[in-house]
Design a protein around this ligand. Structure first.
Ligand SMILES: [Zn+2]
Length: 118
């Protein structure tokens, strides 16, 4: 499953499939995070925050990633912060590549619409 997902540094721990959807519980292969305020690397896990993000479909199934965006507590400035993930923007409910694919589809659709109306 990890190979199938093809996101570097992301490990699939669990999967749950139904007829139309595939939910993959993923974790990031990294034990530390860098504080956005002071750039100090933190090892102190503060809390776990799970949420679902939409990813590219595999076959006929819609894919959702159950992501644990961990919150760390900075050892230097003692402020909690959320880790930054490579594949999904903060507070977004879809992955970068999903957003990109949708944008490309829209562009293709626009192009074919133009061709059809001519
Ligand atoms: Zn800090």
């Amino acid at each position: 499953m990890t190979k199938l997902l093809n996101l570097p540094g992301v490990i699939v721990e669990n999967s749950k499939e139904t007829e139309k959807t595939l939910i993959l519980s993923v974790r990031v292969n990294q034990k530390t995070a860098v504080c956005p305020r002071c750039a100090q690397t933190s090892h102190r896990l503060h809390q776990n925050q799970g949420h679902l993000v939409r990813d590219l479909p595999i076959g006929d199934r819609e894919v959702f990633l159950k992501v644990n965006r961990r919150r760390f507590k900075c050892e230097n400035c003692h402020k909690p912060f959320s880790e930054t993930l490579d594949f999904v923007e903060n507070k977004k409910s879809f992955t970068y590549r999903y957003a990109q694919a949708v944008t490309e589809q829209v562009i293709h659709r626009d192009v074919s619409n133009i061709t059809e109306t001519r």
